[in-house]
Design a protein around this ligand. Structure first.
Ligand SMILES: Cc1cc2nc3c(=O)[nH]c(=O)nc-3n(C[C@H](O)[C@H](O)[C@H](O)COP(=O)(O)O)c2cc1C
Length: 335
């Protein structure tokens, strides 16, 4: 019988010969429409944008839009960020009341605005506080709680293994590890050996993250590190079908034919509509522009299209431009 525990179901995929694939939390990106898209294209789990615990407590309505899931089949995994154990517990409890099925704690965000408040990756420097936050959140809710970390603050303070111990003792059900330090921000390459070392010492499932861009890489790094799940972030921007491509390769060893232009066009247009529906015309239009930029990256005439599209006064104008642009590509393809 299938477990009702979302993480048990997720990691059971590993015994079927392939690791689960997870869409990484990305602020300003992994909103409800994008998560629904990734799920449709085979992401086994998607994580919400990070939600600041203090904001959650003060502005429930605004945060609701970020956390709720439109897709009834998708597990609602919500990431929270903050530096106060009590507020983090309270934010987690509120999220569960709103339907969250898994809570993830952000201990990896490197940006100054977050680190400056003692949250995100700053918690890697304060192991005692990190532990108290994990314990407080785990105590506050009945649903599984996970934590996402980096390898450490900088090369002199790589404490991934200590963070693993703390997470295990605090009752975390899994740990996601981005294979960089905070000091690296996004430079260099993720250190999958270090991720593998953490996995080799772990009693809880470890999710590996960092620079997974191709199906081959997913297979190689999964085998090399032995992790229980793979988390994909930037490679899914403008390419949510990467989950389907990776799943196919991990299960069959062969490549799926690339998604055709017509199918891609349909996805792009329906995502634009979904953004307007979810965020409203003004915000939806602004946020969708970013995705249109990613979707059209590398397409013929993409730069000129983006230039025009960025000056479009309203959503209808974008849709018209998009229609014209996609049709011109299809005609060129047919010629
Ligand atoms: C635009 C953007 C926003 C991000 N926001 C978050 C976030 O809210 N929470 C978090 O834990 N990580 C966040 N990250 C980090 C990603 O989850 C991931 O760890 C990182 O991008 C490395 O994975 P990748 O190489 O597959 O992109 C963000 C990354 C990007 C590019």
């Amino acid at each position: 019988m299938q477990s009702t525990d979302p993480l048990e179901r997720l990691f059971a995929l590993g015994s079927n010969g392939r690791p689960p694939l997870i869409l990484a939390p990305m602020a300003g990106v992994t909103d409800v429409p994008f998560r629904a898209l990734a799920h449709r294209f085979g992401a086994d789990l998607t994580v919400s944008e990070m939600i600041a615990s203090q904001a959650m407590i003060r502005h429930v309505d605004r945060c609701l839009k970020q956390s709720a899931s439109a897709d009834p089949d998708a597990v609602r995994m919500v990431q929270i960020a903050g530096a106060d154990p009590g507020a983090m517990g309270e934010a987690a409890r509120m999220q569960v009341e709103l339907g969250a099925e898994v809570i993830d704690i952000n201990m990896g965000c490197p940006v100054k605005k977050i680190v400056g408040t003692g949250a995100g990756a700053a918690l890697l420097k304060d192991e005692s506080l990190a532990g108290r936050i994990m314990e407080s959140v785990a105590r506050a809710v009945e649903v599984p709680v996970t934590v996402k970390i980096r390898l450490g603050w900088d090369d002199t303070q790589r404490n991934g293994l200590t963070m693993l111990r703390i997470a295990e003792n605090a009752g975390m059900r899994a740990i996601a590890v981005h294979g960089r330090t905070r000091a690296q921000m996004y430079s260099g390459m993720a250190d999958w050996e270090a991720i593998g070392e953490i996995k080799s010492r772990a009693a809880i499932p470890v999710i590996g993250n960092g620079d997974l861009t191709t199906p081959e890489q997913a297979l190689t790094l999964w085998k090399k590190s032995g992790v229980d799940g793979l988390m994909i972030g930037r490679a899914a921007l403008g390419r949510p079908w990467i989950f389907r491509e990776m799943t196919h390769f991990l299960t069959t060893g062969t490549h799926l034919a690339p998604l055709g232009l017509e199918a891609r066009g349909t996805v792009i247009v329906s995502h634009f509509h979904a953004m307007i529906r979810h965020h409203g015309p003004r915000t939806g239009h602004l946020l969708a522009r970013k995705h249109l930029g990613w979707f059209t990256r590398g397409m013929p005439g993409g730069a000129a299209f983006r230039d025009r599209m960025n000056h479009a006064p309203h959503p209808e104008a974008v849709l018209e431009m998009l229609d014209r642009y996609l049709n011109s590509l299809l005609q060129a393809q047919a010629a």
